[in-house]
Design a protein around this ligand. Structure first.
Ligand code: DC
Length: 230
């Protein structure tokens, strides 16, 4: 957490962690309670993956992916995600697109497109950024950084529930294998791998309700505000 700089602006809060640790739910509620803007960086990466899939380009063909990205704009508008002006929010959360996204995030050209965009969104402060590298790479200077984790079994259970709720029932072992594969891909990549950012507060949500997670986060934000207030 950064001290000394008197808060002329609201803090930047980052939340990183593995798939299905509860980041999205916590980030959404934390942003709402603080009156901050939510930046769901996974949605931005998924949006690029959607564009690559639409173009029919292979995920490991970096030059071709780069060409697609040159022609692709991604915008957030009131919680909706627009690709080249088209609202594709409803198509972002399928496991298939998640897998493709995870493969694409290994490419420099992909991270080069989104990292500056995310920094721009954070510049004014008063934002909650949620993802895999928001506290380690995008905003290492953020005033408050969290690393939200949970046991693999619990994360697989939550992901299965989430999928069932969106009309995509799946069997537990399949979901668990997918979560494990996503972990491996996100943690073992060379570029911006998932790590616990330096100075991050580590929260284990395995036995915590979503409300309890948010309460702990609010306490930490309040503490940081007190420390940095002039
Ligand atoms: O959080 P999510 O499931 O929407 O993320 C989709 C994929 O994007 C996941 O494999 C991790 C990757 N990602 C990333 O590499 N960096 C981020 N800041 C956010 C997501």
């Amino acid at each position: 957490m950064r001290r000394g700089a008197a808060l002329k602006r609201q803090p930047v809060v980052t939340i990183d962690g593995p798939a299905a640790a509860g980041k999205s739910t916590a980030a959404r509620e934390l942003a709402r309670r603080l009156g901050f803007t939510l930046v769901d960086t996974g949605a931005l990466y998924r949006a690029l993956a959607w564009a690559v899939k639409e173009a029919g380009v292979a995920a490991d063909d970096a030059p071709a992916v780069g060409k697609v990205l040159e022609k692709t704009t991604v915008d957030f508008e009131g919680g909706r995600v627009l690709v080249n002006g088209r609202d594709i929010t409803a198509q972002l959360r399928t496991p298939e697109l998640g897998m493709l996204t995870s493969r694409l995030t290994r490419l420099q050209v992909v991270r080069d497109k989104l990292t500056p965009l995310q920094r721009g969104l954070a510049r004014a402060g008063g934002v909650v950024l949620e993802g895999r590298d928001t506290g380690s790479v995008v905003c290492p200077e953020a005033e408050v950084k969290f690393y939200l984790d949970a046991d693999l079994d619990e994360r697989a259970r939550r992901r299965r529930e989430e999928l069932a709720a969106t009309g995509l029932p799946a069997d537990y072992e399949t979901v668990k294998a997918e979560v494990m594969q996503r972990d491996r891909q996100d943690m073992e990549r060379d570029l911006a791998p998932l790590v616990r950012p330096e100075g991050a507060l580590v929260l284990d949500s395995t036995a915590l309700s979503p409300e309890a997670v948010v309460e702990r986060m609010l306490d930490a934000v309040e503490q940081a505000r007190c420390c940095t207030r002039s």
